[in-house]
Design a protein around this ligand. Structure first.
Ligand code: HEC
Length: 336
């Protein structure tokens, strides 16, 4: 639809709703007046041909669409329009005609259309740390680099709380074939509480003896995150590694703190590894910065360094980095 046509449609819709609707249920009333033509009475969207739009209006009632991102994100889309976050201009901006409260009420109403309890809210979808297993279930591709090692991770949400993962690792050194190994994992969000800004997840990873891995390995973990007063984000993880024939070979304690600043989240993580039977523990620090690459926020990256501080064989600092694409949010070519 042409920009002019869209804005006259918006002006018409805004004019049709004066005088102000009753305070109760404002969100629903405004939704019907301003959004329903495109997004449908139930929020599921109307066929794009009916409203002469190039892209189909988003299905706002789908829990998979409405829950993974924070409320603020949709407030921005509705206030500044789809184009402001790299989505289609067919999604008009309402910021000039509507107040911030009205927009927040509509967005809350729209997000209530999901109707199914138990979905972890997007407010708890904190930026991915390098080390700690992110507790929020994701639909993501992640490419990780640490020194000479690479890892490709594919994550997929199966249900509101359950996510599966597949990964493959390579290493480029003089020791032989670069294929290091591959594995599969499950992660389950056991608890979340929006009022406490906190969530916790548990998981299990299986690594079969392929590539340079010579025995079956199991990794169990518990990870959690909390953002007191939404100022700092603390994330932590405890994990144990079990090897076939050897039992538990390592305990690992990981923790980090980050501070969101605009499109950046500088973080500091630490890993404390306790190999079974070994006298000396290993401590490594990971200063890093996460940053949003696409305007929509579905493509992000992180760079930093791993600095071995104490351990049996302290090695040189290594470069760490990852690049991620939240494919559940938008295709790679949209949202820029
Ligand atoms: C002129 C038709 C039209 C109207 C009116 C309209 N929308 Fe949209 N909206 C769209 C289209 C088309 C998209 C999909 C944009 C894309 O995918 O690039 C969209 C996308 C969105 C998104 C983004 C969803 C996501 O996946 O991130 C939100 C949120 C949204 N609309 C909310 C609203 C609300 C709330 C209203 C009423 C205040 C509204 N829209 C009015 C057409 C419209």
């Amino acid at each position: 639809m042409e920009a002019a046509a869209v804005s006259s449609l918006v002006a018409l819709a805004l004019a049709a709703t004066a005088p102000a609707p009753p305070p109760r249920d404002t969100g629903a009333v405004l939704y019907r007046a301003w959004c329903q033509t495109c997004h449908g009475a139930d929020g599921r969207g109307v066929p794009s041909a009916m409203v002469r739009l190039e892209v189909p209006p988003a299905n706002l009632a789908d829990c998979r669409t409405s829950t993974p991102e924070p409320e603020e994100r949709w407030i921005k889309v509705v206030t500044d329009g789809g184009a402001s976050v790299g989505l289609s201009m067919d999604m008009p901006a309402f910021g000039e005609g509507a107040s911030r409260e009205q927009i927040r009420d509509i967005v809350r109403y729209v997000r209530s259309l999901c109707g199914e309890p138990g979905w972890p809210p997007g407010e708890l979808n904190f930026a991915r740390p390098f080390l700690v297993e992110k507790p929020f279930p994701e639909n993501e591709w992640v490419l990780v680099e640490e020194g000479r090692q690479q890892e490709l991770i594919y994550e997929r949400r199966l249900t509101k709380r359950l996510q599966i993962e597949a990964n493959a690792r390579s290493v480029f050194d003089s020791a032989g074939s670069p294929f290091q190994g591959a594995g599969a994992a499950l992660k389950y969000n056991v608890w979340h509480d929006l009022s406490r800004h906190a969530l916790a997840s548990a998981g299990l990873e299986v690594t079969p003896p392929i590539g340079r891995q010579d025995v079956w390995e199991l990794d169990g973990f518990l990870s959690a995150a909390v953002a007191p007063a939404n100022l700092l984000v603390f994330q932590g993880e405890i994990s144990a590694t079990w090897e076939r024939g050897a039992g538990i070979v390592n305990w690992s304690y990981r923790g980090g703190v980050g501070k969101p600043v605009g499109r950046f989240v500088p973080m500091l993580e630490a890993a404390w590894d306790v190999p079974a039977g070994a006298r000396q523990h290993q401590l490594t620090l990971y200063p890093q910065t996460w940053f949003q690459l696409s305007r929509l926020g579905h493509v992000a990256a992180s760079v930093g360094v791993a600095i071995p501080v104490a351990g049996p064989s302290p090695s040189d600092p290594r470069l760490i980095a990852f690049l991620l694409w939240d494919y559940g949010d938008a295709p790679l070519n949209k949202g820029w």
